[in-house]
Write a protein that binds this ligand. Structure first.
Ligand SMILES: [Zn+2]
Length: 444
């Protein structure tokens, strides 16, 4: 008798109506109709079974800034949103993950508290290229670089030469470089002018980070990646025009993957006036017209991956003077809700495409064997979802450390009923049920 049978759910990725999934030893053993009984029977009739979410971009800030989030609360919130594997960024933990010693510290910290599996990004900052090989041997998923100021002095931006040489080293190691693509020249000069002229409104902030700053940085990064023969991943592209710039490079043969975030698909500039610093991020939320172009590219299939870029901070850093507030959106629990509400229900985005954006493509791009697909032999990482259940998100639904999120008060159709990580139910009906911890996942 197998450990568990998930019975009668509609499998999203494989398009199999009402089928059973048998789980043994944390892996999918069989998929089919009327499978024999298991020790545990999970009734999924009337529900959809998605592959567990693989979030390739978030910041749990452990070690060093656990008062901002931490792996325990962060992973619980992630699991409540259907998540089973996340990739933690090398900042805003501190010291940042730019060498093997810091990798080991983060590995130990997250191993002790994370209820979902996790992978680690290394950092690329000026002077750390000699550290990249050892980080690769530890098992980083890739290396993250900022093309503009990161907001943290301990994680300086990569100048063009650091980026070019970092890309060459990453190519040699067979790993991708992820970039935050906004022009330092444009954003810093505009910001300086804003300060000199004593302007500090929301509109002044938005004007200091224009769309062209994103497009210019994407074009430069793709040019250098092509020159280096490296894999490039562009994080959080905020506009359709940015997606097109990356896709043009891909058409020329550059190996580039395209990520956007739920908040660019859900909120616009107008929402910032209402929400204040809770909705501040970089690149910033954009005009409605830009958002519609981003949706159009996503619906066409140009966007590869949707990731939360969950970047929380304590309440006192998300209030007061907008220009001084921390830039980052805390939304790790809402990725699936946004894609179901605004993608599937509002725009006809097929459920299979959602599974691909949040699990299939992340596993494929970052070479995660045995995850992201629901097939015999794969890890039993599943999110069981009622795609038509309507709910309003309340602050006390949030499992993250600080119940701050621009999504509070928003209505969604699509509720996660249960999350299964390697065969173990870690979240069910609003409660965390995990008994064991997540493990480090390395690229294969
Ligand atoms: Zn980020």
């Amino acid at each position: 008798m197998v450990d568990t049978v998930v019975r009668g759910g509609t499998l999203v990725a494989e398009g199999l109506p009402q089928t059973d999934i048998a789980i043994q030893g944390g892996r999918i053993q069989a998929i089919g109709r009327d499978l024999p009984g298991g020790k545990e029977e999970i009734d999924a009739r009337g529900l959809h079974v998605f592959p567990g979410i693989i979030d390739v971009h978030l910041h749990f800030n452990e070690p060093g800034r656990t008062e901002w989030e931490g792996g325990e609360t962060g992973s619980r919130a992630f699991a409540a949103g259907g998540g089973t594997l996340y990739f933690d960024m090398p900042l805003n933990s501190t010291p940042c993950t730019v060498n093997a010693r810091e990798f080991d510290r983060k590995f130990a910290a997250l191993s002790a508290v994370s209820i979902t599996d996790f992978a680690l990004w290394g950092g690329l900052v000026p002077g750390t290229i000699p550290e990249m090989a050892e980080l690769a041997s530890r098992g980083v998923i890739g290396f993250k670089a900022f093309l503009c100021d990161s907001g943290l002095p301990e994680f300086p931006r990569a100048d063009d030469l650091t980026l070019l040489e970092g890309l060459r080293e990453a190519a040699r190691l067979g790993l991708p470089i992820a970039v935050h693509a906004e022009s330092e020249e444009l954003t810093q000069a505009l910001r300086r002018r804003t300060i000199e002229e004593g302007r500090s409104s929301v509109q002044d902030f938005l004007a200091s980070r224009p769309v062209v700053a994103e497009i210019e940085a994407i074009q430069r990064a793709t040019l250098l990646a092509g020159e280096a023969g490296a894999k490039l991943h562009i994080v959080h592209i905020s506009t359709g025009r940015g997606v097109v710039a990356a896709a043009e490079a891909r058409a020329r043969g550059v190996d580039v993957s395209i990520e956007t975030c739920p908040h660019y698909l859900f909120f616009t500039e107008e929402d910032i006036e209402r929400l204040g610093a809770i909705a501040k991020c970089a690149p910033p939320l954009r005009e409605k017209r830009e958002q519609e172009q981003l949706w159009a590219e996503l619906l066409k299939g140009t966007v590869d991956i949707v990731a939360s870029d969950h970047s929380p901070a304590p309440p006192e850093m998300k209030s007061g003077d907008f220009n001084k507030a921390w830039g980052g959106i805390a939304g790790v629990q809402s990725t699936l809700g946004v894609l179901l509400e605004r993608g599937h229900h509002a725009r006809g985005l097929p459920l299979e495409r959602i599974g691909s954006l949040v699990a299939g493509q992340p596993a494929c791009r970052f070479r995660i064997a045995n995850k992201g697909r629901m097939v015999p032999g794969a890890d039993a990482d599943l999110a069981i979802v009622d795609v038509s259940k309507s709910f309003e998100l309340h602050a006390d639904d949030l499992m993250q450390r600080h119940p701050l999120s621009p999504y509070i008060g928003a209505r969604f159709r699509g509720a996660v009923e249960r999350t299964i990580r390697r065969g173990e139910t870690i979240f069910r009906n609003g409660k965390i049920t995990a008994q064991t911890r997540g493990v480090l996942i390395r690229p294969s």
